[in-house]
Design a protein around this ligand. Structure first.
Ligand code: FAD
Ligand code: SF4
Length: 535
């Protein structure tokens, strides 16, 4: 039977001075039977709970665990392991230290080299929730064998438990997000009128694909929530300076929520002021509007301080109260209950080897300007602008990630594993579980179509339609040959030519091959792209 979640308004009875519930109120995950695996009976009731840095919300440490001591670990080895964006390290440290402060006497934060060292110093076995990557899961298993971990509970930071996804996946070999998403809508009774979708349609993508408005430099929407930095952020900044880590990207003000309280404020600001325009320009890019109507909630969601069902219920309630149109609300819910959950579950379902699939045999190493986020080395306005945003904020919206950066990497054959690593470290919301399906599957088609029905490759015409960049660019989106030939337009034909066999056997891409075969200057275009050194 479907559990009807408490509605957003009912749950807001706990509103505190900031207008929102305190983080100790019962969590949505607790209400869900799939997450309700009891702690092993041999485990003492006062066993402390260890929280990973992406499990910092009340859904993890509240409810039935609210009486437990909490262990938090800042591992310098983990900070040094990869070349992360400076602002990502700031967000993670800030989140951990704010959790320590918010949990007060319950929390012990140990700063040391490794997690093992921290657990040994702590000196008592701990409970932990399943971590969010294969590597961390193996690590926790080893700790359990060493007696440092007493029991491992299911991760409650997603809507659908892993076991229920596996039931849905069954023996499927082809996966389509739309099927999964409709099941999620039914399963959680979201935007439903009995057995039918509200408005009698499941999908409003058609309404959610508008080009950016003309004669405007930015959308006419209130700015997103911006957290106020405090003494913890100041200390994090000076600690990061002192550690002299090898990072990428610029330092900058903290832009994303890292505590449950901040997350609730960020969600509220989005729902009240920005959700109504979310859908319409969801796929558009504007040079002078970095956030447009996006929610900027991926960081608090991925840190575990915001539960996805809280965001989904808040959006549904806005629709039911007549505060936001259905197309926008459906578009937003699709992202969280659909895409985000789908990517999480497929990470586990496809297995650890998935990240190494390379069906398009892409072997180009990432160029230094790309790895270093050196936007100044780039002429192509759309690419320069996306890299600039990434350098300065560690964030781009979806279409820049997919149709500018991902599209460029696909056309140029960047190595998918290296690219996955790059996305995971360069983005403030990059976590291990979210990368393989987004990069290897969706963006690079390196899985041969297990996840997406066709490669997301597009020429300059698409970027010209969906952005306001081309007018300011030294290249011409209509030209494929010559000094001002658009690298995306020419690169597109180079891509189609390289993979013609795959594309001509796919109904959705066959026409591209037929069009390419009619291009009289194709050989010259291919030669030009083979020797292109400047983008
Ligand atoms: C190549 C590539 C790399 C990406 N890397 C990441 C990443 O490292 N971390 C990350 O959280 N998202 C990633 N995404 C998905 C998406 O681009 C970001 O979640 C989104 O841009 C974050 O901004 P927002 O919170 O304003 O999102 P909004 O546009 O407001 O969307 C709402 C929420 O939907 C969720 N969402 C939507 N699509 C996806 C998706 N494909 N996968 C996971 N969540 C999704 C996010 O939680 C997001 O916060 C990636 C997408 C692509 C194509
Ligand atoms: S002309 Fe080409 S390179 Fe320049 S902004 Fe447009 S799509 Fe990008």
């Amino acid at each position: 039977m479907i559990t009807r979640w408490p509605t957003w308004s009912a749950r807001c009875e706990w509103r505190d001075a900031a207008g929102y519930r305190s983080p100790t109120t019962p969590s949505v995950g607790d209400a869900h039977s799939g997450y309700h695996r009891r702690v092993n009976r041999s485990v003492r009731d006062d066993t402390p709970l260890w929280l990973f840095a992406d499990q910092l919300g009340p859904v993890v440490h509240g409810g039935e665990h609210a009486h437990r001591e909490v262990l938090l670990v800042e591992s310098t080895a983990a900070l040094r392991k990869r070349r992360y964006h400076r602002q990502k390290l700031h967000l993670v440290l800030s989140a951990l230290r704010h959790a320590e402060r918010d949990l007060g006497d319950r929390a012990t934060l140990i700063r040391t080299d490794s997690y093992t060292d921290a657990l040994e110093r702590f000196g008592r076995p701990v409970l932990v929730h399943q971590p969010t990557s294969f590597a961390a899961e193996r690590f926790v298993h080893r700790l359990q064998q060493q007696g440092l971990v007493a029991d491992v509970l299911p991760t409650p930071t997603f809507a659908l438990p892993r076991a229920e996804f596996e039931e849905w996946a069954g023996n499927r070999t082809r996966f389509r997000m739309e099927d999964f998403y409709r099941e999620q809508r039914r399963r959680f009774d979201i935007l439903m009128n009995g057995a039918d979708p509200v408005g009698n349609r499941w999908n409003y993508d058609e309404e959610n694909r508008e080009s950016p408005p003309k004669k405007q430099k930015a959308l006419d929407v209130p700015a997103p929530y911006r957290p106020r930095e405090d003494d913890i952020d100041e200390q994090v900044r000076s600690d990061l300076d002192r550690m002299s880590l090898d990072t990428v990207g610029a330092d900058g003000p903290r832009l994303f929520a890292v505590t449950p309280n901040e997350a609730r404020r960020a969600l509220s600001r989005f729902i009240d002021h920005r959700l109504p325009t979310f859908g319409r320009w969801e796929d558009a890019i504007m040079g002078e509007d970095w956030a447009m109507s996006h929610s900027l909630l991926s960081v608090p969601l991925n840190l575990g301080v915001l539960h996805p069902l809280d965001a989904v219920h808040a959006a549904e309630q806005a629709y039911r109260d007549g505060r936001a149109p259905l197309a926008a609300v459906e578009g937003f819910i699709r992202q969280i209950l659909g895409w985000r959950e789908y990517m999480w579950h497929l990470y586990w379902h496809f297995g650890e080897e998935y990240v190494d699939t390379n069906k398009l045999a892409a072997t180009t190493p990432l160029p230094d300007w790309w790895a270093d986020l050196d936007a100044d080395a780039v002429t192509a306005e759309c690419l320069r602008h996306a890299l600039l945003g990434l350098r300065d904020r560690g964030w781009n919206h979806h279409i820049q990630r997919l149709m500018v950066l991902g599209n460029h990497a696909l056309q140029r054959g960047y190595h998918p594993r290296q690219l996955t690593e790059w996305y995971a470290t360069a983005y403030v919301d990059g976590f291990r579980w979210v990368m393989p399906t987004n990069v290897v599957g969706m963006s690079q088609h390196a899985d041969g179509g297990r996840l997406a029905t066709k490669p997301y490759a597009a020429g300059g015409a698409y970027i010209n339609r969906m952005s306001d960049h081309c007018g300011d660019c030294a290249y011409d989106p209509k030209k494929r040959l010559g000094d001002d030939a658009c690298p995306f337009t020419a690169g597109y034909w180079d891509f189609v030519n390289r993979h013609r066999e795959l594309l001509e056997h796919n109904n959705r891409t066959r026409r591209a091959v037929q069009t390419m075969d009619r291009l009289k200057d194709l050989d010259a275009v291919l030669e030009q792209e083979r020797t292109r050194s400047q983008f």
